[in-house]
Design a protein around this ligand. Sequence first.
Ligand SMILES: [Zn+2]
Ligand SMILES: [Zn+2]
Length: 247
Amino acid sequence: MQAIQKLKKDSIQVTQPLIDLLYPRRCPVCQDIAQGEELVCAKCKEKLPYITEPTCMKCGKPIEDDTQEYCSDCERIPKHYVKGFPLYLYVDPVRDGLTAMKYHNRREYARFYTEELWRRYGRIWTCIGFDAVIPVPVHKHKLHKRGYNQAELLAEPIAEYLGISMETRMLSRIVDTPPQKELNDIQRINNLKKAFQMKENGVNLKKVLLVDDIYTSGATIEACTIAMMQQGIREVYYTSVCIGHGY
Ligand SMILES: [Zn+2]
Ligand SMILES: [Zn+2]
């Protein structure tokens, strides 16, 4: 028996380099085969489109005029969440890497993005003191087709870093809305109004961090926020790997 166990252990050790050879680690940004210790390649590291100050006090998007508190989108359509923590602009080179994480089963890329988010926002998130981390849910049809929710890949390590739980069962997406590319931001919010449902807040959450991969018009985060506030959550914050330029 012991001999078999030893053999199993040894064979795992032997096959690991083979796995590396068959599935080499790739840079989560450009997707070329990664060299060296770091998750991201040197070329991409220099080009990461970090968000720089001044930023909108609400959504976190960069603004040009630092005498203003909010960007034009947030001025025009006030949001119910407290504040957003986006990491990069939704531009090259991160756009393709995020698409691969979302649609092409490159789940392992999430590790790099969550490490980056934590490096940038970990201290402030710890100070805020969330009760839970909640990934933006996808509709069960999409989940079935894709096999995973990319927002959950990001939310889980963040919850672990914070030492709190990730809640995936309370908030659900009940309407599978079609792509919203042709809609303006007001139409998007109307379109998503009934798309999310929050179960009764049995664990009495008050302050939560919503997690998504990309923030575009903010309509999804807004719809989730409203559904959660209706069940007694008082403060909703969000984070996303990328934020779009706005409208
Ligand atoms: Zn790269
Ligand atoms: Zn804004």
